[in-house]
Design a protein around this ligand. Sequence first.
Ligand code: IVH
Length: 689
Amino acid sequence: MANHPDRARLQTLHETLHRYAHQYYVLDEPTVPDAEYDRLFQELQALEAAHPEWVTPDSPTQRVGGKPLDQFASVRHAVPMLSIRTETDTEASGAQNFDARVRKELVLAETDPPVEYVAELKFDGLAMNLRYEQGVLVQAATRGDGETGEDVTQNIRTIGQIPLRLSTEAPAVLEVRGEVYMRRDDFEALNERQRARIAAGEKGEKTFVNPRNAAAGAVRQLDPGIAAQRPLSFFAYGLGEVTPVEQGGPAFGTHYDMLQTLKHWGFPVAALVAIANGAPELVAYHQRIGQTRDQLPFDIDGVVYKVNSLALQQRLGFVSREPRWAVAHKYPAQEQMTTVLGIDIQVGRTGKLTPVAKLAPVFVGGVTVTNATLHNEDEARRKDVRIGDTVVVRRAGDVIPEVVSVVLPAETVERGAEFTMPRICPVCGSAAVREEGEADYRCTGGLFCSAQRKQAILHFAHRRAVEVEGLGDKLVEQMVDAGIVKTLPDLYRLGFTALAALDRMAEKSAQNIVDALEKSKQTTLPRFLFGLGIRHVGESTAKALARHFGKLDAIMDATVEQLLEVADVGPIVAESIHTFFAQAHNREVVEQLRACGLTWEEGEPAVQVPKPLTGKTFVLTGTFPTLGRDQAKDLLEAAGAKVSGSVSKKTDYVVAGAEAGSKLEKAQMLGVAVIDEAAMLALLQAPPQ
Ligand code: IVH
């Protein structure tokens, strides 16, 4: 029987399918099309159907095999699963305190060299113990209380990234510990499906609050068929019971070596692991990861520092069930739940109407948030946010807070009315229209609309435009509401008396504004252009226009074709600039501002120098070893390239960093060139083609 020809084929299929699955799920580098995998998989299924006695638990077909359970069996951990001390102090001191404690415990003098640490991400999922015997996954257990967990093997088998069988070199007994988590894109897609189910009237379905919550729900699903539909991922970061060295088990000197070996055995290990010497390098890691945290395809709630040397780990030992050699250093939570009290419509400078959720105050991302944007009508309706709903609010970095999703309870509740965008401007009553192909409704009132007027003045006075120090939103509101400022030039005609006559305006403050207005008259062409608030003309376009044309009159009189010659300017922008200056009232504003004394230096038109990457389109994904995402974008754009957010056939290069996700897959599918940061830097140096 053992040498039955089909048996040999079965063996080959096992090996090939395991290899393809590892390339696909763990390395993120599929080498064959999905159809080829499916073909071999079906061949194996057919073989197993003909010979049921050959089906083994490590067969690639056995990822979803089990029947629904009544309850999970208890598992006593051979080695307890400990937790780690958490530094909630989100500042640098969190890392410094840990290093100081380690040095004290090891009785190191100040003159002794820095301690070597491994810095890792703290994944926001749930801890899992995977037990392999003779290289085959025999059990997966949750942490539970650390001593006893639950046997969730059936569900964990469904995770493509988790090997069901290891290469032969693995020790006889091997417990790998790590985090089961859900990627953000998988989470979004899952919630999308859940919403569809709820809409279709399926009972007992709900949406999930966050990826962690969804992952925990999936792991504790009694029906492995349902668990299989909840896309989970895994990162390995430690060991449990392992065959001792004396019995042929592996010998590691450092934690870092161990992680590398886990990777070699086929487990996913996060790429952002770093060796850090002493507290300063821990602090640098904490800051670096903190800055790129939002760009990771999965949630983390902090970083983890571990003493690298296993001998030192042993010397440090444990205190009250927490190792002295490891610590978690948190970041402020970026998501919280709260209630929607109302939905307001804000009118922006260009008349754009933005729905904004008014929230019960909630502390998130380090500040108290009471407003969160819903972006536009489609977004608000897609998320189906209604007054009274419980929502997840996200504030990441300095990005404006947004409503991520509504938390729909499993039982039906009475909800508020569906959101609809008003068809008139709530400020001036002019018609609000949404043009074909646009996401936004706009108030058609123009400068008749006091909201637009206020925003236009604030924009002109902005620090990055002509800069009128002290002219903030309260004051602009007063000026516009009092009717003393209707257009930009009115600002310069105000004078001390009119300003001092405003409510709550002290003489000193009025004089300060007069002085600031006087000072603002000496400006630069890019600042002035940016300050005019032409749609689609941001700071960098204003600079490019000034550089290209040298003089304001040349810009005002430029044709669309001439505008298109500017490196930064495409058809939409060119059209917008042309239309702006074609209107007599806008030219009038410019003339009056000049008459009020606004001046700037003018120059000669620039000579066109071709740039190395003109005409090339790049997409950035993942985290780069040295550059931040914005830095990379700036460098590319300065070299003439376009940086796009999504991969298409028109993409020339995808620059992939650590933890690159679906964009990388798409690039590989479309055959788009994938390069790393170093190759991108090399392209920037290349002479123009
Ligand atoms: S090490 C003895 N490393 O955080 C050390 N834990 O209490 C055991 N976690 O339960 C944990 N990322 O679920 C470690 N890179 C990482 C981690 C990590 C996330 C979780 C894990 C553990 C909790 C710490």
